[in-house]
Design a binder for this molecule. Sequence first.
Ligand code: HEM
Ligand SMILES: Cc1cc2nc3c(=O)[nH]c(=O)nc-3n(C[C@H](O)[C@H](O)[C@H](O)COP(=O)(O)O)c2cc1C
Length: 521
Amino acid sequence: MGSRSPCSRSPAAGPTTRESLVAIDISMMDGAEVSKHNSKQSCWIVIDLRVYDITSFLQQHPGGEAVLLKQGGADATSEFNKLHPPDYVDDLPQGSYLGNLDPATAKGLRKPTPPAPAPSSSPAAGKVPDLALCVRASDFEEAAKVVLNRKSWIYVSSSANSGLSLRGNLDDWSRVTFRPRVLRNVEVVDAQSSILGHPTPHPFYASAMGTLGVAHAEAEPELVRAVARRGAHAVISTASTRATGQIMQAFEEESRRLGGVSPSRLFFQLYLPDDRAKALAIIETAKRAGYKGLWITVDLPVLGKRTADRRLQAEEALSLGVSVESVPQASEGENPYTPGAGGRVVAGRVSARTTWDDLKWIREAWQGPIVLKGIQCAEDAKLAVEYGCQAILLSNHGGRQLHTAPSSLTTLLEIRTYCPEVLEKLEVYVDGGLRDGADILKAICLGAKSVGVGRPFFYAMAAYGAAGVERCIDILAEELATAMRLVGITSLDQARPEMVNASRLLNDMWRPEKQFAQSRL
Ligand code: HEM
Ligand SMILES: Cc1cc2nc3c(=O)[nH]c(=O)nc-3n(C[C@H](O)[C@H](O)[C@H](O)COP(=O)(O)O)c2cc1C
């Protein structure tokens, strides 16, 4: 991920990586001794049998000190692996590595403080329903509630401010209805589609989602193996738990195992950091790994206000008696937030200074297709054409960014109304609140080339791993095929705007000031 501060990499930090430890003389440490270091005054943790003194790092940790204190004197490996790629330990301050734990004494370690129990209003302790009981994409949400701890649940389900953007995303799809044609021989249907020239049997794909490790121990590699088996495409986040190359490797291994027949492809989602050298390094890694397109997220110059995460952070800090972070402060010009779980202070991780001009040097570094993720009005859609982008994704980041942002459906209607030529000049994708194959068809009738699905895949991963993701794809595909038949088409190139009635939403659509002025006359 390349751009983590404030804990800058220091080669003199000691032999902390897995490989470098093999050759050196290391002291063996006793679990009972390690367990005593579980306070702010002295905090040691074990990761992969290596002991680190993280006392001086506590206050620098972008995830807050409370989560680390809970692991003090304990084996933090499983929590660490859920959230971070292995090389994060290289970012600890110099001298943090103390030695290796004597495995025979591991029993003496302290047990980590368990995660906060689920509140009565959300995730209930219980049994994960049988996968067969998930018959709609939205069913995975309830199943995930059973397995996710409170923090992870909040991370995935939460949205900005009061939640209106997320609500709008979900509701707007139901405000568009179909105008079906009948008696059209719909026995055989084919939902074949493509993204940036890469064919796929599905006009929907897995959206970029960071920190998938909190959903499943196998994280992104598990997701990409599942999509490969179903021929769907996926977008991989800069904020992934596993390294960019490792995810591609898992994908390629699965594709080979399938005999090379899977049409699935992976695209890379880019959060542009402040430091251009770091950005170039991230782009280079994605390029070398073989990702097929760069999806630059443009709706996140700063992190939106994730209300539920903030409340939880305050609760955690209070319960451990550490200082409560009210509103994180950053020095001028620095973006104080990370898009990872929890929305914490990571200076420079995402640049608030990015402009359209930056696309020039990005284009030089990345010769492949560029997609702008997070376009929310007609003017910016036109600019994307002018700047030579290959595609745009109409999105409000799953309602996690701007409070009362437009749904992607509203933006799509705006483009159809004010600059329909955009739909001819580049590929237009939409995401946000898509939970039904029929809604996917509505988007395609209105000119979208493909549709991103986010939370349902996260929930499916959490509750059932790859099997859940595959079932979620099957559910959406089946619903889509049924909707196509009932609307009277057999392939997606027959989908037309007149097959849907979007009048209700058109009523709400933005109109230029001069039209308001005319209507007042
Ligand atoms: C030991 C070395 C560690 C380093 C260098 C480190 C670094 C970071 C960084 C850079 C972030 C920002 C988001 C991101 O880039 O993914 C972060 C977030 C986070 N880290 Fe760590 N971390 C370490 C250990 C741990 C451990 C052991 C835990 C286990 C509990 C942990 C829990 C978290 C959490 C929960 C967040 C997300 C923010 C939140 O939900 O509040 N980290 N960490
Ligand atoms: C848990 C979670 C993590 C996300 N992480 C990222 C990310 O790392 N990068 C990004 O561009 N968008 C991210 N998004 C936004 C998604 O790519 C997508 O726009 C959104 O989830 C679509 O809405 P839906 O979840 O209602 O389907 C995330 C969304 C969720 C729910």
